[in-house]
Ligand binder design. Structure first.
Ligand SMILES: Cc1ncc(COP(=O)(O)O)c(C=O)c1O
Length: 401
């Protein structure tokens, strides 16, 4: 009756495992719980966007357009052009972009959109970084492809070395997922890395799917983007400069708007068209109110500066309190600490039992390759609270571990 891909291959969702791990442990009742296991920003969505949603009275009786309301698509194209210095008019709001219900919808479904029944005469392969965001694996497995997990650890600067995959396997690859800035390690792919990967994907007619949902949360320089990298290497002058590449963005982190469920996909028009086709058959449209608020959020450049400052204060606090313990480093982007604590599960249990701190064992967002879980020594700590809470959490962590 049930799909074995769900019952057998997607069984160990990280947060279910975490809850099972700490369930038998009683936390200290005199300390308030600080949950740093989930990447859910605790800041407020800007008031102007809340107002737009609250004041939307029309439209609830109508189906919103699958492809997005024109004003939102335009706001997205304008933002992409500003953020990545793309020439005005290059991106077509009707062909190059499509709003999605958060970036999760897009990163999940791109595997289905781009995976044929067979590739290179065999079952297709979807390559993803390890550790990884769970929707990549969900997307890969449910598309029918064989997932190929490529370790991204301290030895390769936390960026997966997809180019080291053998040629026979490359012939079967339909999709390569890359997360930059990466969840969980915060590593940022530079333009050379992106361009080499784009080249390789094109050589094998694979799709490069770059998850850029943390693109606006960075500590020093703004991370380069996949579209920018593709444009800079374009020499054809004829074909679409974004062929075989798509990027995914989100308001969840940029605008503290995880509950809004708003993001977009941009890139190769053939892929955008097929994502739209999938949506017309089975995907969710985005409510008018959400689309209107989203257009206003993409147009505003003031609040992301405040958002970045929020996280920078948290990283400064973490750095001061942890010093260089646990191989501390301030990541290039994103809002996670990726701490080498020796045994991630044991540290998680102790932090819960002795400090009422909820963190995530690194191993839970990573799978074993060659019998080893590359993230077993780590915990992931989401610095999503305000600075005072972050300081309190870091003090507890430094005391217990
Ligand atoms: C790497 C990564 N990609 C995508 C998402 C999905 O976020 P959303 O659907 O809210 O944009 C998340 C959420 O935490 C994430 O960490």
């Amino acid at each position: 009756m049930l799909n074995p891909r769900l019952t057998e291959e997607l069984t160990d969702f990280p947060f279910a495992r975490l809850n099972a791990l700490i369930a038998p442990i009683a936390p200290p009742a005199h300390l308030s719980m600080i949950n740093m296991s989930v990447g859910e920003p605790q800041g407020a969505m800007p008031a102007f966007a809340r107002k737009i949603v609250a004041e939307e009275v029309d439209g609830w009786n109508r189906y919103p357009p699958n492809q997005g309301i024109p004003d939102l698509n335009l706001a997205i194209v304008e933002w992409l052009s500003r953020r990545y210095r793309l020439p005005k008019g290059l991106l077509d709001p009707t062909r190059h972009v499509m709003p999605t219900a958060g970036s999760k919808e897009g990163v999940y479904i791109i595997s289905t959109v781009a995976t044929p029944q067979q590739k290179g005469g065999a079952r297709p392969v979807v390559a993803l970084p390890n550790p990884f965001y769970q929707a990549y694996l969900g997307g890969a497995v449910l598309s029918g492809a064989e997932p190929l997990l490529v370790d991204a650890d301290v030895r390769n600067g936390f960026l997966p070395d997809f180019l080291a995959i053998d040629e026979a396997t490359w012939k079967r690859i339909s999709v390569v997922y890359l997360c930059s800035p990466a969840n969980p390690q915060g590593a940022i792919a530079d333009i050379g890395y992106l361009q080499r990967l784009i080249d390789k994907c094109r050589e094998h007619d694979a799709v490069l799917a770059v998850d850029e949902c943390y693109a606006e949360i960075y500590n020093r320089d703004a991370p380069v983007g996949g579209l920018e990298a593709a444009l800079a290497m374009d020499t054809t002058g004829g074909e679409d400069p974004f062929r075989n590449i798509v990027v995914f963005h989100s308001l969840s982190k940029r605008s503290n708007a995880a509950g809004l469920r708003s993001g977009f996909m941009a890139g190769d028009p053939r892929l955008v068209a097929m994502l739209l086709r999938w949506r017309t058959y089975g995907g969710p449209q985005i409510p008018f109110a959400v689309q209107k608020a989203s257009a206003a959020l993409w147009r505003d450049e003031a609040h992301p500066i405040e958002t970045r400052e929020w996280y920078r204060r948290n990283f400064r606090a973490a750095e001061q309190i942890l010093h260089n313990r646990f191989a501390y480093y301030t990541p290039g982007g994103g809002f996670f600490l990726w701490l080498d604590v020796g045994d991630g599960e044991e540290a998680t249990r102790r932090l819960w039992g002795e400090a009422h701190l909820k963190v995530l064992p690194g191993a839970y967002v990573c799978r074993e390759t060659a019998g080893v879980n590359a993230a077993r020594r780590y915990i992931r700590v989401a610095l999503v609270h305000d600075e005072d809470t972050t300081r309190e959490a870091m003090k507890r962590l430094a005391t217990v571990l």
